[in-house]
Design a protein around this ligand. Structure first.
Ligand code: ADP
Ligand code: MG
Length: 323
């Protein structure tokens, strides 16, 4: 039983950042307006997430940690119509099979919070606790029972940086939620959660980067592009400051990157790259997000349409006077 669990866990849980991604998505799905994520030793020793979302009903907690018990996919067809971020119903089960997990959660209907512990896939029991409505999940000693997987991790600092990027992407794609990120005991950023992309960018990428950003709002046909880009000749941008999202999800995509950089042709200094936070909204059936469930690669049905939409939107933003 455990071998199968552990193999399956590897597909979702590769490193602390993948745990952080799943925990953040769950908190977002739960309707939280404030989310705090803390990472200790790059998230290997501990990852903790505190949210003010719906909470998990006490009777349901066990099920939340059982593989596929909560899967929302009824058929293959459903894969193309996923609206909540979580859809596989296996993240918590996978995480709990390779770490020591503690959950403290309370719903509006419950008077007390419920504290649940599970380690290496074995439930350790439940006891009453106290906290406001919402959920705190603490993941301790990731891969403590899978030394082979532990060996694949990089240095704490590198793993911590991957976790930081994951929180950054969550914060940029949800400006309506206030995200706080604490790394090795020190607060790295806190977004205001006021719904403005610009203030989220300011909070996570800094004042220098956020200055003079140009608004993007354009596209082509069924492809709509919004977001913010650095002005031409901005020195503080780099490829590391290019962040792309498709239908609310962070993605790595060469087509979008090429379109962005092409649109800046002739306006950039040699060796410099534009910075951008670009959101593409498009019909779900023209994008295959399921190339790998836990990865950020995606495939477009019509690459050249996407290229054209991004190129046009960015070009328009760059050439609009007064912007
Ligand atoms: P999925 O998100 O795909 O349903 P998960 O294993 O990530 O699967 O989570 C299992 C279930 O646990 C979720 O469907 C949700 O009902 C519940 N859950 C997990 N995290 C939270 C949270 N932070 N707040 C409220 N409910 C949660
Ligand atoms: Mg989930």
């Amino acid at each position: 039983k455990h071998t199968a669990e552990l193999i399956a866990a590897g597909e979702v849980v590769e490193r602390p950042a993948s745990v952080a991604k799943e925990l953040l998505e769950n908190a977002i799905d739960a309707g939280a307006t404030q989310i705090t994520l803390s990472a200790t030793r790059g998230g290997i020793a501990q990852l903790q997430i505190v949210d003010n979302g719906s909470g998990i009903e006490a009777e349901y907690i066990d099920k939340a940690f059982i593989r596929h018990a909560t899967s929302k996919i009824a058929s293959a067809e459903d894969l193309n119509h996923i609206h909540t971020l979580g859809f596989r119903g296996e993240a918590l089960a996978s995480i709990a099979s390779v770490a020591k997990v503690e959950v403290l959660t309370r719903t509006e209907q419950d008077e007390y919070a419920c504290c649940y512990r599970i380690a290496g896939g074995e439930p350790q029991g439940t006891e009453p606790g106290a906290r406001p409505v919402g959920t705190t999940i603490t993941v301790n000693e990731l891969f403590y029972n899978t030394p082979a997987r532990m060996k694949f991790l990089k240095k704490d600092a590198s793993e911590g940086t991957y976790v930081a990027e994951t929180v950054l992407h969550a914060a940029l794609s949800h400006p309506e939620i206030s995200f706080r990120f604490i790394r090795e005991g020190k607060q790295q950023f806190m977004t205001p959660g006021d719904g403005e992309l610009r203030s989220a960018v300011y909070a996570v990428m800094g004042r220098e980067f956020a200055r003079d950003l140009l608004p993007v709002d354009g596209g082509n046909g069924v492809y709509r592009i919004t977001g913010l880009i650095t002005p031409p000749r901005a020195c503080r941008a780099s490829r590391g400051t290019q962040h792309f999202f498709v239908n609310g999800r962070y993605v790595k995509n060469r087509t979008m990157m090429a379109a962005l950089e092409n649109a800046y042709k002739g306006t950039m200094m040699q060796g410099k790259f534009p910075g951008a936070v670009l959101m593409l909204e498009m019909p779900a059936d023209l994008v295959d997000v399921n190339v790998h469930p836990a990865k950020t690669e995606i495939r477009f049905a019509r690459e050249s349409d996407v290229f054209d939409a991004v190129y046009r939107a960015v070009r328009t933003a760059l050439t609009t006077p007064g912007s």
